[in-house]
Design a protein around this ligand. Structure first.
Ligand code: PLP
Length: 398
């Protein structure tokens, strides 16, 4: 590939050619844990990284490398490395760079697991954590200016799809000498490339939109070679390696990433607009809506607004309990980004680790429903919501 191709061509072709052996047109799954050498000098050269090749599956694997090469191309990065899960990508990246006495600045409503790293694990390692109001750019700038090693962002956020201006924050981070890291899971490389907006590292839970079929766990980090080498080294020793079978499934899913995400964006927009017309719905959170507080920033930095939205309903948890089981075309599950629509209360899914008080502090109502739009026809999804709302309105006084 020349790197001039459009994103849809890259999702199909990028990163694969080197791994197609024996004329295979698809990247083979290499399950071998180790790689044998008759020539002791060659073995040594590969082991010390002087020569290309593989030694042991915890370090590298051809199928996993094909995944890394594809996500690297999609994010326009110099290098990429992979992980067993998105959380492993986040925790290993933070552990690579943060030492006792360091400080990290982030936002209050990152994904619940990430938030737990900030509130529970990093303080235990004597890392100072400052969490700012999400989308409050002046506050983030002021905190970053005091000095920090990392500025960590997630945009759009899980589950209330809040937006932070990556370009502005990258400038603030770099003025303070910080590494700027962005979790791009919700946007996907189809809609947003944080590196081109000035971020140093971009993180993905590959479990979500990248894989897209809810059948494989994975994570990735992309960025400059000298940073990725350090993260790779931490991961190869600490062992949160991506499984080759997962790499294969995610690679296969990524070939249709652009088609899926475009369909999901269109569906999410239609559903968000529909939800705004329903009196049972209290609030709709979707960056594509003009009513979204940071719609203009989203328009500037995203190609489209993503397949994720959330909404709160009158009657709170009681209504949620009645409503969700009535949906025909939705999995009620703790996942997102798949071909099927997935729904779930944030209190049970993304932010189950948090207390009700912590969720309230993050602006997550107990009756908030996260809606991951699948690739079904939006008209059917809307009809499904319509029948479920009608039945709930009959059975609950809201
Ligand atoms: N980042 C975001 C934004 C997420 O939503 C999630 C999981 O939902 C993760 C990271 C963690 O990914 P994984 O479940 O693959 O560890």
């Amino acid at each position: 590939m020349t790197n001039q191709e459009k994103i849809g061509t890259k999702t199909v072709w990028a990163g694969e050619s080197e791994y197609l052996v024996h004329g295979a047109t698809q990247v083979p799954v290499v399950l071998s844990v180790s790689y044998g050498y008759d020539d002791m000098d060659e073995w040594y050269d590969v082991a010390i990284g002087k020569k290309k090749g593989h030694i042991y599956g915890r370090n590298t694997n051809p199928t996993v490398q094909a995944f890394e090469d594809k996500i690297k191309a999609l994010e326009g990065a110099e290098a990429a490395t992979s992980f067993s899960t998105g959380m492993a990508a986040i925790s290993n990246t933070l552990s690579t760079f943060l030492f006792p006495g360091d400080r990290i600045v982030s936002i209050k409503d990152t994904y619940g697991g990430t938030n737990k790293i900030f509130t529970e694990f990093l303080p235990r390692q004597q890392v100072e954590v400052t969490l700012c109001e999400t989308g409050h750019h002046e506050q983030i700038e002021a905190e970053v200016k005091k000095g920090c090693k990392i500025l960590y962002l997630e945009t759009p956020t899980n589950p209330t799809v809040k937006i932070t201006d990556i370009e502005r924050m990258a400038e603030a981070g770099h003025r303070a000498g910080a590494l700027v890291i962005v979790d791009n899971t919700f946007a996907t490389p189809i809609n947003q490339n944080p590196l081109s907006l000035g971020a140093d590292l971009v993180i993905h839970s590959a479990t979500k939109f990248l894989g897209g079929h809810a059948d494989a766990l994975g994570g990735a980090v992309c960025g400059a070679k000298h940073l990725i080498e350090q993260i790779y080294h931490y991961r190869e020793i600490n062992g949160a390696t991506m499984d080759p079978m997962a790499a294969y499934l995610i690679l296969r899913g990524m070939k249709t990433l652009h088609l899926r995400v475009r369909q999901q964006c269109q569906g999410a927009m239609k559903i968000a607009k529909y939800l705004q017309t329903k009196s049972i719905v209290e609030a709709v959170y979707y960056p594509g809506l003009e009513t979204h507080p940071n719609h203009e920033i989203a328009k500037k930095q995203m190609a489209d607004f993503g397949g994720m939205l959330s909404f709160s309903v009158k009657g709170g948890v009681d209504t949620v309990r009645e409503l969700l089981p009535k949906l025909k075309y939705a999995n009620r599950a703790a996942n997102l980004g798949a071909v099927e629509t997935i729904v779930g209360p944030a209190r049970t899914t993304s932010h189950v680790e948090c207390t009700p008080e912590e969720r309230a502090a993050m602006g997550i109502p107990e009756g908030l429903i996260r809606y991951s739009c699948g690739i079904e026809d939006a008209e059917d999804l809307i009809a499904d919501l319509e029948q479920a709302f009608a039945r709930v309105e009959n059975s609950i006084k809201v």
